[in-house]
Ligand binder design. Sequence first.
Ligand code: ITT
Length: 213
Amino acid sequence: MKLYLATSNRHKIDELRQMLADAGLDASVETPDVLGGMPEVVEDAGTFSGNALKKARALATRIEGDALALADDSGICIDAFDGAPGVYSARYAGEEATDEANLAKLIREMEPIPDGSRGGRFVCHLAVVSAQGEERVFEGVIEGEILRERRGAGGFGYDPVFLPLGRKRTTAEMSAAEKAEISHRGKATRAFLAWLQSGRADAVNGTVAPIKP
Ligand code: ITT
């Protein structure tokens, strides 16, 4: 089976490929390049699932047979900022902001936030759309706290300052497999795999997020 991941983020592709290989699933993860590139999508839905569905639907118009188009919309939600930057995490430091600029801004903006009030979470909504128009969204969340200084060189984005609850290492200090075991993307991907391996049964015990296009 072919899975097409509607993203321009190389790290998301690497993480998904690794997780499918670890799960022993007989599926290949293709990039949008093999379908002529990622169609232009304006991520203006205002929700993770809405944006994820927009991206997956755009790519699904180019697939056929039993292939599936997947898209992940994810971000970091900070308690002290009422959940911001959330769906705007990729644009936190401006429209074309780099990971580095976004991370630097988060560290700066959180300077005045006292220890004990620095909680937050990574959220991932993974949308799956078939060539025939079947749609599902799977959700994953990981709770943690935001450090004042960067630690680790792995992962991407906000990983160097994200310390998962009850852990001693940031997600940037973890191996890819260790991060996937507990991460928002890992949880959403495992919910997707459970759905796929159960013959696409509807109920996967609360792991299917409500679809809000
Ligand atoms: P696509 O839309 O093309 O998939 P993107 O990187 O713009 O790529 P999003 O719109 O979903 O993806 O934005 C996700 C933001 O959240 C972005 O700033 C990431 O760096 C950050 N992020 C998501 N997952 C993360 C993770 O596992 N570790 C660190 N940061 C993460």
